[in-house]
Design a protein around this ligand. Sequence first.
Ligand code: E4P
Length: 217
Amino acid sequence: MKFFVDTADVDAIAELNDLGMVDGVTTNPSLILKSGRDILEVTKEIADMVSGPVSAEVVALKADEMIAEGRKLAQIADNIAVKVPLTWDGLKACNVLTNDGHMVNVTLCFSGNQALLAAKAGATFISPFIGRLDDINLDGMQLIADIRQIYDNYDFETEILAASIRSVNHAFEAARIGSDVMTAPPDVIKKMAQHPLTDKGLDAFLKDWEKTGQKIL
Ligand code: E4P
């Protein structure tokens, strides 16, 4: 599974990127606001840092304006994926931008039918939002499983980008189901390394090591 980092915080991206953990980055208008940076500037900085796709989201609602915004965002760097919302206009924009040769990430997906339409429109990525479905007592992970089945039934090439990942369990389940990509906040990715038995075992090993009186270096 590819790991995208869901943030516009360049320092956090750099830390994970140095570990070889970053296959791409996703941003959205809320994350740009949180960064306090100019969208074009910060997106360029991120796109120069990572080699994989960097999603930058349009904010227009009409297809022709989305296409214009998408073309401008795509000029930032070769690895920009234009993010469009899963609306009828967003699907139109997806189709045109895909035919332009751009990567397109269709976002705010909450149903299997929406994912089917995005694939038909030629999306590079579909972003089903797990956490936001869980927030309203629906099963976000079931949506990932449903889309996996639909795409596999027809060999669609659109990649499932599990989004709105809020916990390490979300990450694990998305991987188990076979999501192609997940995008998660940096702290969730770092928490995936944690296990209490790892800490307990390490503590015991270090105590015994101290008793040996030896040194490696
Ligand atoms: C995905 O591309 C979105 O940026 C993100 O995953 C949304 O997550 P949230 O629901 O936690 O805001």
